[in-house]
Design a protein around this ligand. Structure first.
Ligand code: ADP
Ligand code: MG
Length: 725
């Protein structure tokens, strides 16, 4: 059977674990070799062109001169061809959360039977992929089906190598002819602009006139599973849905706690090393790797970058990991919950704000001036999360993440902030308004005293909080492992921009009236903290008490995707996003539809896959076993021996099979229920009718796994998938 074939293949295959050797290839020399980086630009572009391009990249100045685009395109093409590139592509991020690309060759016939390699500024700046089959959620009527891609010069072009050549990849936005965003990058860039504009107002109040721009900075820690590829072939659920839809709890799971930070298995380490080499070449600053809590679960984390680049790099990271894993006979599972009963995978989205001069605005700093500025930015974030917890919640909503949030060591769906004891103490004192002498180092007075050194997150300490302050940044931990981080960061940037706007408006007015800045801050922040503190929780977010306490505080608990989605089109969301020009009303409406549709499709595919496995793999195995037992009972009886126990076993088995068949039929009936065609209505119906039947069927299938003879069981088991490395 497929399971035995998989085990056989694993036992007999040897893998080349030395495909990359850091003894001969130093990582320093690898870094960025495939990137059209600042260094390459400087070496290859005429000076004025280089300057104009850098101004666009660093300060967001519009590239208006077509001659500049032509010069950049020409240099890019020569550089790419030297790296073996034959084609170029505009890479974009449609609302599927994946990336999309269409390749065009550099070749142009001359008309005299020969051909030349060409790449114009026009081709660099704008592309017109046939976009009609990407989800648009109703934005695009058929007559305006053509979307277009537009070059994003702030994310550098790079080379993607393939076995017989290479492709020049140009990161782009993807918009409709009416200018609406059909992708995830456009709103992210808009939100970064909104954040920058408001943060600069605050910096000007603090007499900072050097900073021209403020960037959201992001470092996403990526969790994932690696299991042997042969298991994938034998598991239609993993292959089609990325997660197991059946699978009995193994005798050993993660209870021994012997996996976290444990020694990394050799084949996995070889694979990780090659992933890292590939990422270095692409200029992705990967920093850490380690075993995670669940068996066969790992994590990779980069050094933070500006949110746009970090997002592009995280998409690339997932791509490199998937492709490299195959070379080692492994499969990289990025689903939020590939295996029930053990930890799922998330993405810890570390977020802060930084000036173009390199100052981290969430760093407490060492002077009274820093103290005041830090408090303003920090309180702005707290206010933002307190005011818009449901928006944050909906950015992490998906059918996959529904299985993770609130389960095994994943933050609950209730959004709250962890500040830690010391920052909490500072905020308490600030709220009370009266400086007290309790802080180490002196009085807590805005702009007059120094803040104590705040401890950096010591890892495990506060894993239970979905949104934690970790010394000089916030860590948003509810993001799912397969997500594009564009969505969560777009929302974070926007809600913080709104808070900074509110604070700046108040402070500017007070200062204009002659109030000293520090006094104005001391007057303003306590009120904000009073209003916002309901969202602060420093205790155990996994506990039952917290759920009760959160309810008492009136914090929203949107338990699943279907509950969360309507937030997108609520009046306050529309007002927020249109005010800061991040999403238009139509863009929000389209996302609401797309996410609901995606939910319907994902769960429907899972249900269909489940039915297929139930009927063609589990039921036949169970019936074969039933036949064997029946034969044994008959033979025993005819031999004149008492077969009571065997008969009971047969009866129990028969009942288990019958229940399983009934549940299969019920799931089929639920699936065949007619859809209304209205995405949200269908999502709700699926959640309420299909999902519960899937849970029932799984329980019965898993029960059969513990009864049917092992040599007949066709699906690789949890024990095998998680522990054979
Ligand atoms: P710890 O939380 O244990 O202090 P690290 O300092 O290693 O962990 O950071 C974890 C992640 O947070 C890394 O990806 C790191 O690059 C990122 N990070 C650190 N500082 C910032 C920042 N200012 N903005 C965004 N991400 C950051
Ligand atoms: Mg962390």
């Amino acid at each position: 059977n497929p399971r035995q074939a998989a085990l056989q293949a694993i036992a007999t295959t040897e893998y080349d674990l030395n495909q990359i050797d850091f003894r001969s290839e130093h990582l320093k020399e690898l870094f960025g070799v495939l990137v059209f980086s600042e260094e390459v630009q400087k070496a290859r572009l005429p000076k004025p062109v280089f300057k104009a391009l850098q101004k666009t990249i660093k300060l967001g100045a519009q590239l208006t001169d077509p001659a500049v685009a032509d010069a950049v395109a020409s240099a890019m093409k020569d550089w790419a061809i030297e790296h073996g590139a034959t084609h170029f592509t505009h890479l974009f991020q449609p609302m599927t959360g994946l990336t999309a690309e269409k390749h065009d060759s550099f070749l142009s016939p001359t008309g005299t039977g020969a051909a030349v390699a060409e790449f114009s500024g026009k081709e660099l700046v704008k592309g017109e992929p046939d976009a009609s089959s990407f989800p648009s959620g109703g934005i695009r009527a058929t007559f305006e089906a053509r979307g277009y891609t537009g070059w994003d010069p702030t994310s550098p072009a790079y080379i993607r190598e393939s076995p017989n050549g290479a492709t020049l990849v140009i990161p782009t936005v993807f918009v409709s002819w009416t200018g609406e965003a059909l992708d995830k990058k456009t709103p992210l860039l808009r939100s970064m602009e909104a954040l920058s504009a408001q943060a600069i107002r605050i910096l000007r109040l603090f007499d900072n006139h050097d900073a021209v721009k403020v960037f959201a900075t992001v470092g996403p820690e990526q969790e994932y599973f690696l299991i042997d590829k042969n298991f994938l072939y034998a598991r239609p659920d993993l292959l089609n849905c990325g997660r197991t839809l059946f699978g009995a709890k193994p005798p050993k799971g993660q209870e021994l706690e012997d996996q976290y930070f444990g020694t990394i298995p050799e084949r996995v380490l070889a694979c990780m090393s090659e992933c890292e080499a590939e990422m270095f070449k692409l200029g992705i600053p990967v920093k850490t790797r380690h075993n995670e809590v669940a068996p066969s679960q790992y994590e990779i984390a980069p050094i933070f970058e500006d949110a746009n680049l970090a997002t592009d790099h995280n998409q690339l990271t997932m791509d490199v990991m998937r492709r490299t894993a195959e070379k080692y006979g492994l499969v990289c599972l990025l689903h939020e919950k590939p295996f029930a009963g053990i930890n799922g995978s998330g993405k810890h989205n570390n977020w802060s704000m930084s000036t173009d001069t390199g100052e981290n605005l969430l760093n407490p700093g060492d002077t009274p001036h820093d103290n005041a500025q830090f408090l303003v930015f920090c309180v702005a974030v707290i206010r933002a999360v307190a005011k818009y917890p449901e928006l944050l919640r909906v950015t992490v909503a998906s059918a996959g993440n529904d299985h993770r949030l609130g389960a095994n060591e994943a933050p609950p769906a209730i959004m709250s902030i962890f500040l830690g004891d010391q920052l909490q103490d500072i905020m308490d004192q600030l709220e009370k308004g009266k400086p007290e002498k309790t802080l180490p180092g002196g009085f807590m007075e805005v702009g007059a005293s120094v803040l104590p050194k705040l401890p950096r997150d010591a890892g495990d300490r506060n894993r239970t909080s979905p949104f934690a302050f970790t010394g000089n940044k916030f860590e948003f931990r509810a993001v799912g492992s397969s997500f594009s981080i564009a969505g969560p960061n777009t929302v974070l940037n926007t809600i913080v921009a709104e808070s900074l706007d509110f604070i700046a408006t108040n402070l500017e007015a007070a200062v204009k009236k002659g109030t000293p800045l520090n006094k104005a801050i001391q007057d303003l922040l306590p009120g904000i903290l009073k209003e916002s503190k309901k969202v602060v929780f420093n205790g155990d977010g996994y506990s039952e008490e917290w759920h009760k306490e959160a309810e008492r505080r009136g914090l929203p608990n949107l338990k699943n995707t279907v509950d969360a989605l309507p937030v997108i089109v609520r009046k306050d969301s529309l007002e927020l996003f249109t005010k800061y020009k991040v999403y238009s009303e139509r863009e929000l409406q389209s996302r609401y539809n797309i996410f609901a549709e995606k939910y319907v499709k994902e769960v429907s595919i899972e249900a269909a896959t489940m039915i297929n496995i139930a009927k063609t793999l589990i039921l036949p195995a169970a019936l074969r076993y039933q036949g064997e037992v029946a034969t044994a009972v008959n033979a025993t009886k005819s031999a004149g021996v008492d077969a009571g126990a065997q008969f009971d076993h047969l009866k129990g088995l028969t009942k288990a099979i019958t229940d399983f068949q009934t549940a299969t039929k019920e799931l089929e009936t639920a699936v065949h229920h007619k859809h209304s065609g209205e995405p949200y209505t269908d999502a709700k119906a699926i959640r309420d009718t299909v999902l519960p039947k899937m849970v029932e069927l799984r329980t019965l299938g898993d029960a059969l796994e513990t009864i049917v003879a092992d040599d007949l069981w066709p699906l690789p088991t949890y024990r095998e998938m998680l522990f054979i490395k």
